[in-house]
Ligand binder design. Structure first.
Ligand code: SF4
Ligand code: SF4
Length: 133
């Protein structure tokens, strides 16, 4: 198996587990308008640009900027392990301790392998890794 195939397999395994956790525990607690628990709290604090969750403004400065892969009203249009496996503190509080620990371990393993590209599709992360090896 080539290095690309090995990393691809690991990425898929970690991504699938992260999505499974998301589906089982629903830590972001999206409402019917697809506004997450943290953004609902942000709105109560007077923030205007809520609705993109952690796919919004990188600096969290209440601007309308968003990740290029976010399709409003639909969601993420790519697969990004970092986004799937890491949550903000508000969402993390909705997870059992053992699941938080599992995610932290997954993130550490993925980081060590170079699989955590910030807002980066899987293919880009893997190709960068293989080409820069
Ligand atoms: S991780 Fe936090 S900010 Fe991101 S969507 Fe979930 S609740 Fe919202
Ligand atoms: S890549 Fe990450 S930040 Fe961008 S839309 Fe997808 S989940 Fe959101």
């Amino acid at each position: 198996m080539s290095k690309y195939e090995q990393l691809n397999k690991i990425y898929d395994t970690l991504y699938a587990r992260a999505k499974e956790i998301s589906a089982q525990y629903n830590p972001c607690d999206m409402d019917e308008n697809k506004i997450c628990i943290r953004n609902r709290a942000d709105a109560l604090l007077g923030k205007k640009n809520v609705g993109y969750g952690c796919c919004g403004d990188i600096m969290d400065m209440d601007t309308p900027h968003k990740c290029q892969y976010l399709v409003p009203g639909v969601g993420c249009s790519t697969e990004c392990l970092l986004c799937a496996a890491m949550y903000c503190k508000v969402a993390e509080a909705n997870l059992p301790d053992e699941v938080r620990e599992e995610l932290a371990m997954m993130a550490r393993d993925a980081f060590d392998l170079g699989l955590l590209g910030f807002r980066e599709p899987k293919g880009v992360t893997l190709l960068n890794l293989v080409h820069n090896a």
